[in-house]
Each structure stands twice: as C-alpha cells, then as structure tokens.
Design a protein around this ligand. Structure first.
Ligand code: ATP
Ligand code: MG
Length: 113
C-alpha cells in the first residue's frame, strides 16, 4: 500500500479529479495549502491565485491506494496537473503501513477502497 501526496495548481484540480475517476480512483482527501518550490514563489506569481509572502496557493491531494493503483494514480495526476510551466507541482509516494476503516474494523487493502 502506498500513500500518495500531490501538490498541484488549484486550477488543475477538477481535471485531475475527473481523470482519477476515469481510473476508478474515487477516494481522495483534498486540502487547500500554501507552498513554494524552486522559484521560491517569485516566477509563478503571474499564475497564482493568492500570494502571502513567498507562499502561493496550491491544492494538496492525498490518496491511499493498493499497489496496483499507484501507476494509474500517478498517471492521472501527472496528466491532469501538467501544463509545462513552472509550478505544476509534485507527487510524493510514501509506503503505507496500515489502513483501518473505523466503522467496520477492516484493515489493510480491504479498508483502502
Ligand atoms: N521538496 C518539497 N518539499 C515540500 N513541498 C514541496 C517540495 N517541492 C515542491 N513542493 C510543493 O509543491 C508546490 C509546487 O512545487 P513546484 O511545482 O513549483 O516544484 P519545483 O521543484 O519548483 O518545480 P518547477 O521547476 O517545475 O516549478 C510548492 O509550492 C510546494 O508546495
Ligand atoms: Mg517551482
């Protein structure tokens, strides 16, 4: 199991969610976040929605998946988020030790999706 964290541009969220849906990846956590990358917020100001100090408004997706869904998830986020301009975002993939559905007590891969 992997825990996939992606930071993308807010204006790429809907397209990314649509592509995830197409690949049957429905369960997702979305958070508004602030961040900065290599350009330290400076070169991207033209495409940002809000600026506070050096931080630009981004969206964070968090998706826990079984191993078979790692590549489809990365493909959907890459396709949905990429414009070719700086600030398109980044994907982080972490090993996930456990997942527990609180309602039933199910664990592991069964509980993920
Ligand atoms: N190493 C990192 N650690 C934590 N957050 C990061 C890291 N790199 C990027 N981010 C987050 O992702 C957002 C988008 O990063 P961004 O796409 O600008 O990365 P970059 O490395 O500067 O690549 P590019 O040159 O394509 O802009 C940042 O605003 C920040 O929130
Ligand atoms: Mg950048």
């Amino acid at each position: 199991m992997k825990y996939i964290i992606a930071i993308i541009q807010p204006d790429r969220l809907q397209e990314t969610l649509d592509l995830l849906e197409e690949k049957e990846i429905h369960l997702v956590t979305v958070c508004p976040v602030m961040g900065r990358g290599r350009q330290k917020g400076v070169a991207e100001v033209y495409r940002s929605h809000t600026e506070a100090g050096n931080l630009l408004k981004k969206v964070k997706l968090e998706i826990a998946v079984n191993d078979a869904y790692v590549n489809p998830t990365v493909e959907a986020i890459t396709q949905g988020g990429r414009t070719g301009s700086v600030g398109d975002g980044k994907i982080f993939i972490l090993d996930l030790e456990e997942c527990i559905r609180i309602r039933t007590g199910e664990t592991g891969g069964v509980a993920i999706g």
